[in-house]
Ligand binder design. Structure first.
Ligand SMILES: [Zn+2]
Ligand SMILES: [Zn+2]
Length: 142
């Protein structure tokens, strides 16, 4: 992805204890309307910026991890700030080579125009999926 809009490079949690930097170009931005993302974020959907696993460096603080099972049977490692609780990124365990950063934690505003909307079958009433957006009712194909 070479869109200059996709050049946010730093981010962190709500209290500022945990900070991270991203090198390399992100792979994709997903907006996920599934119930897990609604519950995790306490909001209408989750925003996940997919990056290569090696492209994220923690620059301050010590994030903690909590794991949950996914519908696919995989384990998902969910990293968060132990002080303020902000969720920061997810990664499959074992890793599949990529992480998804919670895009609202980036310092720079992210352009959602190119986002891929997934699990649109679970979108809250009143949430409008842009008709021009790439979208999937459930998981996108691999
Ligand atoms: Zn924090
Ligand atoms: Zn989701």
């Amino acid at each position: 992805m070479s869109d200059p809009a996709f050049t946010p490079r730093t981010g962190g949690c709500q209290c500022g204890t945990v900070r991270y930097a991203i090198t390399g170009e992100p792979l994709q931005l997903y907006v996920c309307h599934c119930k897990e993302c609604q519950r995790q974020s306490g909001s209408a959907f989750g925003m996940s910026l997919q990056i290569r696993s090696g492209d994220l460096t923690v620059t301050a603080g010590e994030p903690r991890v909590w794991e949950r099972g996914a519908d696919s049977g995989n384990r998902l490692a969910c990293w968060f700030c132990p002080t303020c609780g902000s969720r920061l990124w997810h990664e499959n365990n074992p890793s599949r080579g990529w992480k998804t950063v919670k895009a609202g934690s980036l310092d720079a505003a992210i352009d959602m125009a190119g986002a891929v909307h997934i699990w649109t079958s679970r979108a809250l009433p009143g949430v409008v999926i842009p008709p021009e957006a790439q979208s999937y009712p459930e998981e996108p194909p691999e």
